[in-house]
Every structure is written in C-alpha cells, then in structure tokens.
Design a binder for this molecule. Structure first.
Ligand code: ZN
Length: 434
C-alpha cells in the first residue's frame, strides 16, 4: 500500500535526492531527438528499470512524421580577435534548438537576424527552438547583444540533422490488475530545470517508491519528447490504450509556487476527483484549472480521438512565471522542498486511486451496534473520536454498492484517508463487503 501522507516522512530527503538527480541531468543538451535524450535516459537507468525505444526518422505517426535526428557538439560566435563572444559550451541555451550546421564569417548586421534576445529580461538567455522550419540562430542576453560591436565574426554551429531516431523511455510496473495508470514527463528541453527536469525526477522517484509497494494497478511511465514523443507513443500503442484507467502528466513541479491541477478533458474522471479531493484536504493553497487543448502532453492524451482521463500536475503553470523558457529556470529556481511536496502529492493521488472501491453495507437495516464491536476505539491513531464516528457513519450509510470511498469522502467532506481507515475497520468486522 502506498504510504499515508503523515507517514511519508521521506518527502524532504526525497526532495534533496531529486534535486541532486536534476543537477546531474541539467548540463545535458536535450532536444526532441538526439544523444541528449539518450544520455538522459541512460542516466535514469541507474535509478529505475527503463526501456529505451528508438523510432526511425520518417515513421508516420498519425498526422505527424518522426523528424530527422538532431545532434550538436559545439557552437560559437568568435570576434576578430578569436574570442568566443557567444559560446555553446558555456550554456546550451545559446543555440536555437534544431539549428542546421553553419560555418561562415559575417558582419554584425548579417549576424543580427540570427540573434534572439529577451529585451524585457535583459539578463536572461531565452530558450528557443525551430524544429520544423530549417534555420539557425543563437540566443543570448539582451545585455550581451547590446555590448557586441561591429566586427568580422566567425560563426560556427557544429550540428547534424540526419536520418536517425526519436528516442523515448518507458517503464512498466506490473500490478495485480492489467488496468494501467499512465504517467508521463517530457524530456526534450536542454538546461532548463523546472520545465522538464522537475517532471523527470519526480516521475523517477515515483517509480522508485512504487517498486517497493504492492500495487493494484499496473503503472506505465513515459519519458518522451514533448508533442512528437507522446504522439509517437500513442500511434504505436493505440491497440493498448483501453487499459489506461487514469493518467497524469507531470510538468513544472519543482518551483516554489502552490500546486496546480489541470483537469482531464473528461473533467470529472476519477483522477480529477482524486486530485481535487487530495488538494482540498491538504490544508495548503492550490489551484484547479479546467482542461484546455494547450499545455503539455495532456493535449495529445486528451485529443478527442484518444480521450484518456489524463490530468496535469504543475506548481506554477507554464508561461506564468518569468523564468519560464529562459536561463533563469535553473537549479536555483528548482526547490527540493517543492519537489518533495509534489512527489508526496502524486503519491497521495495514487493512494486514493489504488484504494478507492465500492462496498456494500452488510447490516443496512438501522445502524449496526458499533460500540459492542469496539469500533469506536483503536484505529487511526491521532484521529479524534468524533471524526472517527462520523467517518464510520458516513461510510456505512453510503456503502450501498453505488458509492465509492471517494464519493463518500466528497459527499461527507471527510478526508479520504479517514474514510479509508473507517472502511478498513468496518471491513475487518464484516460490516462491509466489496
Ligand atoms: Zn517548455
């Protein structure tokens, strides 16, 4: 069974360990294809049993085609004195993602159309890509651009764009049932911490925890490049999608902001209700958003022809923090405490889904005599007797074969964990049956 919130005492330690893993992965230059993703997945294999899949360029996946593979070894702009004034080896965000190779000399005026800055954040390097429009470019701080004099510049992007593969990772954990919970994180961003590494490390530590506990559901974790990766996986696995009962996308789960849950397209799927129920009883600030066809891979999982019950967990949503898609989304922006809290939240949601069942009261004609059975005492530890009694009464009353434990918690306003403890006690005394 997945730990109850009070007993998940390792959240803080897990937060530090997740931050350390993010630190290890941070320097790698990832993109939607290429060796950066391979290297990232290879390192994750030291932590979790991860299968790496390679899908050839040119593979048709629904309306999309797996692109050519992009790799890069070096890139720079040198001034006439031979000094690198823009240097990929200093920060991989300096190169526009998927830049085609270039070797040329040019004036500042010729170079300028290929330079991308963020005037409103003059100290930040923007993160930009051009996957489907062949071009090249450099990203730099606005300050850096302002300091570039007219000169004869040497421009080099030592990249390759060739037929190769799209690489993704998959981790399947067999449970008692063949029904699955799908959890995905995107792995396609270079040195950005909250946007991609936070989801990767929380998913990795979720797997590590799930490996140690009995599981009702089977779990399938995907580490995929955003958009094209989930589209590819869905296209190649369409025959198996009916097994997926619940799903979550993890993105931006490591900043200091409060938790945000974005509902699935269903809006009221069990995963949506489990997430809301958990947030409500957390006592912390949180935000809930309706589904929108924008964001991360929930866009694909919740497209009308796929329509899986997949929600998205974030802290501050994408685009709503100034560090988003800039060099300021760095390891200092990623908070160990927030990572630990996000992991604990994911586990709490999974615990609801794992334990949520429908029971039938075996003594439905008037209340059973609870005192005689000793049911007012001795469960739940810190729970006070009134809360315990209310949980028992609500559970007995709504256990009519129509209401799940989550329904009982939602309807009574009693935290799910309290209802679960009450149901387990009633079950033990033969007062409930599944
Ligand atoms: Zn992003």
């Amino acid at each position: 069974m997945i730990d109850a919130p009070g007993t998940f005492s390792n959240a803080a330690a897990a937060g530090e360990a997740m931050h350390a893993l993010a630190t290890e992965l941070y320097p790698i230059c990832r993109s939607i294809t290429g060796n950066g993703v391979r290297e990232t997945l290879r390192r994750l294999q030291a932590y979790i049993p991860l299968t790496v899949h390679e899908v050839p360029s040119g593979t048709q996946v629904f309306d999309w085609t797996v692109p050519r593979e992009w790799n890069i070894t070096d890139a720079y702009v040198k001034n006439s004195a031979g000094v690198r004034v823009i240097d990929f080896s200093e920060c991989n965000l300096h190169v526009l993602g998927y830049s085609v190779p270039v070797r040329a000399r040019m004036s500042l005026a010729e170079l300028r159309p290929h330079l991308i800055t963020l005037p409103e954040q003059a100290d930040a390097i923007p993160y930009r890509t051009s996957y489907y429009n062949e071009t090249w470019g450099f990203c730099l701080t606005h300050k850096q651009l302002a300091s570039l004099p007219e000169d004869d510049y040497e421009v080099c992007i030592d990249s390759s764009l060739t037929d190769g593969h799209l690489t993704y990772g998959e981790c399947y954990l067999q449970g008692d049932a063949t029904e699955e919970v799908l959890i995905s994180a995107h792995v396609c961003h270079p040195s950005l911490a909250n946007d991609n590494l936070s989801g990767i490390v929380v998913a990795t530590f979720l797997i590590r925890h799930l490996l140690t506990v009995p599981r009702r559901y089977s779990y399938r974790f995907l580490f995929v490049p955003g958009t094209i990766g989930s589209i590819t996986w869905l296209a190649l696995n369409e025959a198996h999608l009916s097994r997926i009962r619940h799903g979550l996308v993890l993105a931006n789960v490591g900043d200091a902001g409060a938790l945000t849950y974005k509902k699935s397209r269903h809006g009221n799927a069990d995963v949506d209700r489990a997430a809301l129920n958990t947030l409500r009883s957390s006592g912390n600030e949180y935000d809930v958003r309706p589904f929108t066809p924008y964001g991360y891979d929930e866009r694909q999982f919740c497209s009308p022809g796929i329509n899986l019950p997949v929600g998205c967990i974030s802290r501050t949503p994408h685009g709503e923090f100034p560090e988003y898609h800039t060099s300021r989304d760095d390891l200092a922006f990623l908070k160990p405490g927030a990572l630990g809290d996000s992991l604990a939240f994911c586990l709490a949601v999974l615990r609801v889904l794992e334990g949520n069942r429908v029971y039938v009261n075996q003594n439905p004609k008037c209340e059973p005599h609870l005192g005689r059975r000793g049911l007012y005492r001795g469960f739940g530890g810190s729970m006070d007797s009134k809360a315990r009694e209310m949980a028992l009464l609500w559970t007995l009353n709504l256990a009519d074969g129509q209401h799940s434990l989550l329904d009982i918690s939602d309807q009574s306003g009693i935290p799910y964990d309290t209802v679960k403890v009450a149901a387990d006690a009633l079950l033990e005394h033969g007062l409930l049956k599944e």
